[in-house]
Design a protein around this ligand. Sequence first.
Ligand SMILES: Cc1ncc(COP(=O)(O)O)c(C=O)c1O
Length: 431
Amino acid sequence: MSDPSILERRNALLGEKAPIFYNEPVHLVRGEGVWLYGPNGEKYLDAYNNVPAVGHCHPHVVEALTKQASTLNVHTRYLDETILNYGERLVGTMDESLNRPFFVCTGTEANELAIRIAREATGGMGIIGTNNTYHGNSNTVMQLAYGRLKPKKRPHSPYFRYVPYPQLYRPPAPMSEAALAQAYAAEIQVAIDDFKKHNVKFAGMLICPIFANEGVPDVPAGYFEMLEQIVHEAGGVIIFDEVQSGFGRTGAMWAYEATGVVPDILTMGKPMGNGHPLAATVTTEELANKFQSNQRYFNTFGGNPVSCAVGAAVLDVIEDEGLLDRVNSTSAHLREGLEMLQKDFEIIGDIRNVGMFFAIEMVKNRFKKKPAKNAENRIVNSIKDKGVLLSSIGPEGNILKIRPPLPFTTDHADIVLEKLTECLIELSNDQ
Ligand SMILES: Cc1ncc(COP(=O)(O)O)c(C=O)c1O
């Protein structure tokens, strides 16, 4: 139980509409590894948080932060080897074409800068996103999220177009996978043609390569190759937002590796500093040069020595603790357990995952696939009372999201499966 006086203080200070999780909000005072603790000994298994990617309060990260904070913290306009060592190491995890990092503090800033680079390099303004996404909260980047709204309700954004995100589960019409990939790719061409019709020069397409906020759809094979061809032929650049999917989440360091497409610009954030505000936009030498010859970019806090020391410590942990292998083994185990559950519970319509990012789509009827909207809310709240934290995503909010810190083991996955089973039994008893 949360202390009501804290909720009252919060409502008074931040406003009752300030986003908060759960019908009965959770009060947390401490974190360690994949566990979170409340003030009265409450213990929660964290199956939700991707920002503390190498585990809450990881001692190696805390030590690196403390050491650098007690040595020097300035900004990127001085010569500093901590910054260079980290930047070189970071781009060393990517395709060699991606070799010019710009450090920022948030995913929003990373995408804002990516759009600026794309526009400067192409001389265009038009950006394409998907119809159910989120890439950040600045004035420009927020316009990508308007794709969530029905066309009539969208604020006028002349420089943005929205295409349906690709998915196998709910295709627009029955067709082969190859035809479906083609149909989704054709929508990109439609958006580019529409820019042309309105005299807007195309600058590029910005997407998350696992479509995280769209609900981690299974993407029809061939889609990404067609996307690459269409965008490049039209003179645009490809921006992959790996703010959610980067740093091992998918079982590879970068999600783009599985798409067959190397983006022109890669953005990252959330797990990069394990909770410390560190993010980046990485691009090619050619695009960076075009941008820097006409525009100056400086970010006061972005990539300061403390942030870079933290970022390097995160990379150490990913390597030293074999977290990519861990993601692959735990995710296979969890997927198997969820597929067993699906046999018993009709409400589980679809199970999708890329590494340790799971989407469990709840439906009223497997054949009609009508979203079971309230079920997800019931489960998220009741599994929290059983000591497991998870959440939901997707256009209808009917998709359970399991996206824990990467050190999650098969034992932790078994706890999730056990508690989820209890919730599903309760739910079916009530219906
Ligand atoms: C895919 C994606 N990109 C960008 C962002 C924005 O990141 P930030 O909140 O650090 O600005 C988010 C935030 O949820 C996100 O999910």
